[in-house]
Design a protein around this ligand. Sequence first.
Ligand code: URP
Ligand code: ZN
Ligand code: ZN
Length: 467
Amino acid sequence: MTEDHATLIQGGRVVSADGEYDADVLIVGERIAAVGAVTAPDGATTVDATGCLVLPGLIDNHTHLSMPFMGMWSSDDYDTGTRAAAAGGTTCLVDFAIQREPDQLRSALEEWQGRAAGAAHVDYGFHMAITNANESTIDDMEAIVEAGVSSFKLFMAYKGELMTRDDAMAACMERARDLGALTMVHAENGDVVDLLVKRALHAGETSAINHALTRPELVEAEATSRAARLAEFTGAPLFVVHVTCAAAAAEIQAAQQRGVGVSAETCTQYLVNTIDDLRRPGVEGCRYICSPPLRDVSNREPLWDYVRRGILESVSTDHCPFTDEQKARGLDDFSLVPNGLPAIQHRLSKLWDEGVVAGRITPSQLVDRTSTTIARRFGLSDKGAIAPGKDADIVVFDPNAVRPYGLATSFMNVDYDLYEGELASGSVRHTYCRGTMVYDRGTILTEPGHGRFVRRSSPAVTASVAA
Ligand code: URP
Ligand code: ZN
Ligand code: ZN
């Protein structure tokens, strides 16, 4: 497509974070040129969106493509993972580059840039996960921000592999604060988890469900509270990833009410799956092992309510897929199962059915929680809205096009689908990334490399609500 080729998406209903209205959307080159009653310019491609919703491309701020973890690699790379993203209406993702050398961060960023360049179908940015915070690493944070990576992640769990101690965490938070960057945390008390895992294995409790039982809600709530208190102490803005339960969300709300700059997300799976999925036999139970774990169903409505009220301001996927063969490594010892779920393709359709159709959130809240607020929080200023001048990242979603979940329709590089046999009541018809149609009714149209690295500016640093 030439720089100034025009495409007119006609007759659809545009959904923004603030409301809905019938409007055409004119794309010229990579940007949105007009929204409203628009006449197609000469030579424009016209796309009939009658009966469809026209949404800003979803942004997934929490993915792990080609992630080295627990001695394995997550099974989606930047080609397969971003195909699946596009098929699910995601036009931009922010993945985690993970510090691999003891005293610097730059090599990790180069490594991840190398994996993504020429492979991705949708745009991408990075967060930098610090796994060994020392003076020299902390010095390196400035170079990372200058390279367009304006958020840092710390793991309070995964003792012996990724976990950061509190003193290092406080020091990183202070440096991030001074650099205008955002600190993100995986909040679980890794020391207590380690103790409970050792006890369970000693008692011969080795099956998948024990993964969840050794990571109880209190362990997440305590770490969430500790991280929020450290944010309060250091004055650093904080974003808590993958909040799973009411007890942890209550700590977020309490911090927001104290005026602390703490924001947080949950993920699709915590809104639709439960701890009982880990009770499935054999490797099937292992497929649902992620951290923090899936929770008791009693958390479901409170969690949706925190999302509806915006206390949990966004919903990402934490996409981190492993195949059955990889998962089966821990059939006789749950602590060896690689943690993570394949989820990148299903966020929109699941939130549509379980959120909008079920009456828990409005279409505008869905757009806000999966795109607009994420763009604001993570410094993606060209994305997250359908408005003139923004990147033409657009999803045409047909709310009446039923689509089966399952391997037959999955683009994820994993040999099962967690929702096999279920039906989505609506589905993505077209996905545009910067004006190019990446996905068209079951087919990926772009070559690897269409997706570009996005430099991110300083993120928004205020908590979204203190309700
Ligand atoms: O189980 C998970 N969530 N795997 C990915 C790594 C992380 O903790 O986010
Ligand atoms: Zn995590
Ligand atoms: Zn994650």
